[in-house]
Design a protein around this ligand. Structure first.
Ligand SMILES: *Cc1c(COP(=O)(O)O)cnc(C)c1O
Length: 341
């Protein structure tokens, strides 16, 4: 294999591991050979459903080196469950949990030599696309599908490591349609792209757009939004308008363990200025981990949280999460799946 660039210095998700797992479904059942294959291009009909009608879903999770030298995938079964849910929403053939799980584990085991040391990790990207060759099938599901699992050695998602992010509020254009927000599908990203680029063009300091249609905060482009202070950890209640992050759920559990008053409720833009005086804001996601928010720009208003630096509660929760992901603290909730031997 040719020499690959250092994953810690190149952009997230641009280096791919040598091995992948694939399975095709013809009649609703994914036929997995039980063996990985070399990473490479697919052969696909130009009439494939996904290319025309957007029948594609994906997942994103990570494997981390552990304190004891083993390798563990974080919350594998939760990601498998969410992927099956997304697949159902697009009416694609749903893989058996056991097949999906086996393919993910096999890919990770095959690529173990390419997993970077902490703070690096292995990003795992299972994807399902509708492959039925039928461009008349706009209003019918794709009965044929391709499931594949590829891996990337990764460093930090946001350039510059753990640093306070600047968010720009978008109050008019939603990220996606309300009923589709909880589906992990490329279609949602396609919808959010133009408004995100348009908004960011006006301010080069902006890291992410915070979608808050009519003042009601949902999430950023690829991470969930939290408020915190000494006593409370607050995030939006689950509804179909936004992606139900596995990291979000992990943060809520850890916050509860630490004795915070955990609140899942609507968050209004109008609350932010007051929170900024005495509290903190952060984002959560597999790629983002737990990223402090320093500033939120809303029209002419410049909302700076504290002194604009990462807050103590944010860092405390982040450390707690990373300690579990990396095997430095006990896995009280059964979140780690050890792979290899
Ligand atoms: C994947 C994703 C997240 C984060 O989910 P995690 O399970 O925590 O990685 C948040 N928002 C969107 C839109 C996503 O696609």
């Amino acid at each position: 294999m040719s020499e690959k660039p250092d994953p810690m210095t190149v952009p997230f998700g641009t280096v791919f591991c040598d091995w992948m797992a694939t399975a095709r479904s013809q009649d609703g059942v994914y036929e997995y050979s039980g063996h990985v294959e070399e990473y490479g291009d697919f052969s696909l009909s130009p009439a494939a459903h996904a290319l025309h009608y957007g029948s594609a879903v994906f997942e994103g999770m990570k494997a981390h080196w552990q304190a004891d030298g083993s390798l563990a995938i974080f919350r594998l079964d939760d990601h498998v469950a969410r992927m099956r849910q997304s697949t159902a929403q697009l009416r694609l053939p749903i893989p058996e949990s056991s097949t999906l799980r086996e393919m993910i584990v096999d890919a990770v085991e095959a690529n173990v030599a390419e997993v970077p040391a902490a703070p690096g990790s292995l990003y795992i990207r299972p994807t399902i696309i509708g492959t039925e060759p039928n461009i008349g099938a706009a209003a019918t599901p794709s009965c044929e599908a391709l499931l594949f699992v590829v891996n990337c050695p990764v460093g930090d998602y946001f350039k510059g490591g753990v640093r306070p992010l600047t968010l720009l509020v978008e109050e008019t254009i939603p990220r996606t349609t309300p009923q589709f927000g909880m589906v992990k599908s490329g279609a949602n990203y396609a919808m959010a792209l133009a408004p995100t680029l348009d908004a960011m063009e006006k301010n080069s300091a902006v890291d992410q757009i915070l979608f808050a249609t009519g003042g009601d905060i949902t999430e950023t482009g690829a991470a969930n939004f939290f408020l915190a202070d000494e006593d409370r950890v607050v995030t939006r209640q689950l509804d179909s308008s936004f992606l139900h992050g596995v990291t979000r759920a992990s943060v809520l559990t850890l916050a509860q363990d630490l004795g915070y008053n955990v609140q899942e409720r609507p968050i209004e833009l109008n609350e932010l200025a007051e929170w900024a005086n005495r509290g903190e804001a952060f984002l959560s996601g597999t790629a983002a981990v737990l990223s402090p928010v320093g500033t939120i720009l809303r029209g002419d208003e410049n909302i700076v949280f504290g002194d604009g630096e990462p807050g103590p509660n944010t860092l405390r929760l982040r450390e707690r999460l990373v300690a579990i992901q990396s095997g430095h603290s006990e896995d009280q909730h059964g979140w780690r799946t050890t792979v290899g031997s």
